[in-house]
Design a protein around this ligand. Sequence first.
Ligand code: SF4
Length: 238
Amino acid sequence: MDRENLRKDYIQLIASAREYVEQQLQLGITELESEPEQDSPYADFDLPALTADAEGCTKCPLHETRTNVVFGVGDPNADLMFIGEAPGADEDRQGEPFVGRAGQLLTQIIESGMKLKRSEVYIANILKCRPPGNRNPEPNEIETCSPYLVRQIELIQPKVIVALGSFAAQMLLGTKIGITKLRGEFHPCNVPGLRVLPHKKPPVIMPTFHPAYLLRNPNAKREVWEDIQTVMGFLAQA
Ligand code: SF4
């Protein structure tokens, strides 16, 4: 390699490092993670074994009130994954994520907007059991349940994750910044302990509004559509 190419590579490397640091600072991350990574209890599980384990899970009190564990649905090799916060009443009844009114809107975004089949993407939530009365997930519930999602992401290895709403975005990005500020651009995934195969890149995260929010605020559909178009552009080139 001649000196000119080396110089170009060096400048590109510095620009990438700078962009990464700026993204981290935007997310409020000012220190490198110093704690050693914990081995996931599910590190050797495949998708069927992980599903079976979740279906018998009693690790947090949500198991007492659930009808069904809502693990996830879709193509296990999908490039695109949607992650919400938790199942609602319809999902709890049917055992499938995003099947109620908000779910129908998500399906419409996938099928009419993106021209994909719902079965071509993978859809999951952070929590696999419904919080009673659709209350917000508690931090300890997210902490207890998230190893299932982390392993799901490891197994599916999507290129892009669309984080639906604040809870999913904040968990995947390791930040407390709200969805309004996060949405509209890609962020690097910041899930502690997430392993990526050597020949794969970690997924990028596109935060956007949760479909349930869109039902209450139809004007926000325009922003979600912009975010989805950005995702489609990325996938077309990936
Ligand atoms: S929400 Fe998660 S951790 Fe809690 S019981 Fe259900 S599967 Fe287990």
